[in-house]
Design a protein around this ligand. Sequence first.
Ligand code: PGA
Length: 257
Amino acid sequence: MTQAIRPIRPLVAGNWKMNGLKADLAEALRVRDAVSAPGADLGADVLICPPVTLLQALAEAASGSKLLVGAQDCAAAASGPHTGDLSAEMLRDAGAVATIVGHSERRAAHGELDRVVRRKAEAAYRAGLAAIVCVGETSGERQSGLTLEIVGRQLSASLPDVATAANTIVAYEPIWAIGTGLTPTPADVAEVHSAMREVLVKRFGAEGARMRLLYGGSVKPDNAAEIGSIVDVDGALVGGASLKSNDFLAIIATYKN
Ligand code: PGA
């Protein structure tokens, strides 16, 4: 179950969700400084997805550093009469290099179906952003033994045909593990990630074999190393623990070169 050699460079991504005012940028800047320090043994790429109000300021502050900046969602449309929405091109213009799409909170609160998520991923690609596509089962689905079926179906329907290892990152986030302090067992994570890998290789061949598969859902400093050592786990999508630089840096530090 433990990875002997990592064939894929991991990604540790922080999702600030609807948290963060200007004063909180200091936390992100601490992360920037720590990961960019000369001699830092940075075994993963590091991304923070702040709320959009802070995106441009953080992207400017992170320019030239090892910290990457992303968004949490994008519109499926490129432009036009979509009051309140933000296009992938706008996010790119503000300094994002990636955007999360299909997070379960958006699927639940905004009724985003797989086909919408897929169109958002396509919009991200068109703007030159990588898409972090989220999938994951509810607790009821897990209890009914439907996890692999649900995740496989979401993956197939949410990923565009033109997905590659460069433009797409998949995040497995069991909904019942998000923000709850609960996590699946390492064996359960391994089972889902290897099933996802199989689906991706079948559809995308070598690109699917190299796509990064993140685990997300209550990743904390004390469980990050164990989760990160599971085969086919190529990093983490971190919510709550990404808001505090000490916690986020402790998670990043579990990824060594
Ligand atoms: P959490 O959130 O780490 O707070 O559980 C993860 C996520 O929703 O991306």
